[in-house]
Ligand binder design. Structure first.
Ligand SMILES: *[C@@H]1O[C@H](CO)[C@@H](O)[C@H](O)[C@H]1NC(C)=O
Ligand SMILES: *[C@@H]1O[C@H](CO)[C@@H](O)[C@H](O)[C@H]1NC(C)=O
Ligand SMILES: *[C@@H]1O[C@H](CO)[C@@H](O)[C@H](O)[C@H]1NC(C)=O
Ligand SMILES: *[C@@H]1O[C@H](CO)[C@@H](O)[C@H](O)[C@H]1NC(C)=O
Ligand SMILES: *[C@@H]1O[C@H](CO)[C@@H](O)[C@H](O)[C@H]1NC(C)=O
Ligand SMILES: *[C@@H]1O[C@H](CO)[C@@H](O)[C@H](O)[C@H]1NC(C)=O
Length: 304
């Protein structure tokens, strides 16, 4: 379906429009387009927004997704404090996926409070009206998430203490920075950006050896993690412990699909977004893991 726009894209670019237009129309961009079109971004080449010691980047924004969702990435060092003060979003459904390092995530709703230690590949779903917070735990921690509907990046444009660019593509800057969580005064004034502070919430930090706090007796990395029964209940899925399905593709490659969310919750599924990110990453790493080679990786990331 996207083949036509792609051909149009390259067709036009090659038609005597000069070098500047070629660059402008390149599939690989360093600035997210302000409208819907196919594109790819190399890891860490996007300018970031610094909030304390954290750097936020937005490979997909409201404008670049037709307001469907925002793809948000957070790169940060370990912190002795919460990464955001406890809060609720009334209109936005948020997802947390661990790409690197470790972080703790808490979600609290309907009298159930659950905390988990996330290692790479673990996933957490935070529906609307769920009190949540996180804390980064490793020297280089990176999380990525889909927030829908689109446009949530506006919050970080507002909160940023500095714009962040690195000529060496460092994920985040070194140095002493203010604590990332934000102060209670600021966070309490952000309701127009869909942040509803829950400063009375105190995240339980008594994690057991299995990485569970709050809902003691729950299953994490010792049994099957079920997806939530509906679109309003928070849930966590550890890498390798979720439901699995065998998928057969037309290229004779069979692979295991491990959905980390319901399509009916997230109109554009999380796998779409993580694949898009994988596709972007394959340019810089040359690692074409998904699922059948480099060329299709690039295209799949954009076509899906
Ligand atoms: C979240 O809570 C607010 C305030 O109670 C309510 O207006 C809104 O509909 C809720 N959102 C969802 C998706 O349930
Ligand atoms: C939460 O607890 C309160 C007080 O015990 C109770 O009234 C309420 O029904 C509970 N809510 C849910 C969704 O279980
Ligand atoms: C970041 O850059 C934008 C656009 O140039 C500018 O409007 C904004 O003030 C900058 N933010 C900070 C915190 O310096
Ligand atoms: C960072 O802060 C610590 C503690 O205040 C201080 O000892 C150290 O010199 C600071 N480092 C830099 C690079 O400013
Ligand atoms: C999983 O581990 C938790 C401790 O973190 C424990 O309470 C729970 O019973 C275990 N569940 C299973 C199915 O082993
Ligand atoms: C799939 O496998 C069959 C049987 O080995 C083969 O005939 C066919 O060409 C393969 N299709 C692709 C797309 O590789």
């Amino acid at each position: 379906m996207l083949l036509l726009p792609l051909i149009a894209l390259f067709g036009e670019a090659t038609a005597s429009q000069g070098v500047a237009k070629d660059v402008e129309r390149s599939l690989v961009v360093k600035k997210v387009p302000d409208h819907v079109r196919p594109y790819a971004i190399r890891a860490y080449t996007l300018d970031g927004y610094q909030v304390g010691s954290q750097v936020y980047r937005f490979p997909v924004t409201g404008p670049s997704s037709g307001n469907a969702f925002t793809l948000i990435s957070t790169a940060a060092p370990a912190s002795s404090e919460l990464g955001v003060l406890p809060q609720i979003h009334q209109a936005h459904y948020e997802n947390f996926y661990n790409l690197r390092g470790r972080f703790a995530l808490w979600a609290s709703k309907d009298n159930t409070t659950a905390g988990r230690i996330f290692t790479p590949g673990d996933y957490g779903a935070v529906p609307q009206n769920t009190t949540h917070s996180f804390q980064t735990l490793d020297p280089f921690t990176e999380m990525v998430g889909v927030i829908q509907p689109g446009g949530f990046e506006e919050l970080f444009y507002f909160l940023a203490t500095a714009n962040y660019t690195s000529s060496t593509y460092a994920p985040f800057p070194q140095g002493n920075f203010t604590s990332p969580g934000g102060d209670a005064d600021t966070i309490s004034k952000l309701q127009k950006l869909d942040v509803w502070a829950q400063l009375q919430f105190s995240p339980p930090i008594d994690f057991d050896a299995n990485g569970i706090s709050g809902d003691k007796g729950a299953v994490w990395k010792n049994g099957t993690n079920e997806l939530a029964k509906d679109s309003t209940t928070p849930f966590f899925v550890a890498k390798g412990y979720g439901p699995k399905y065998l998928s057969h593709s037309t290229t004779n490659v069979s692979y295991i699909v491990e959905p980390r969310g319901h399509n009916h919750i997230i109109p554009i599924s999380f796998q779409y977004a993580s694949r898009q990110l994988d596709a972007a990453r394959s340019y810089s790493t040359g690692d074409c893991g998904w699922p059948s080679g480099c060329k299709s990786t690039r295209l799949r990331g954009i076509e899906s």
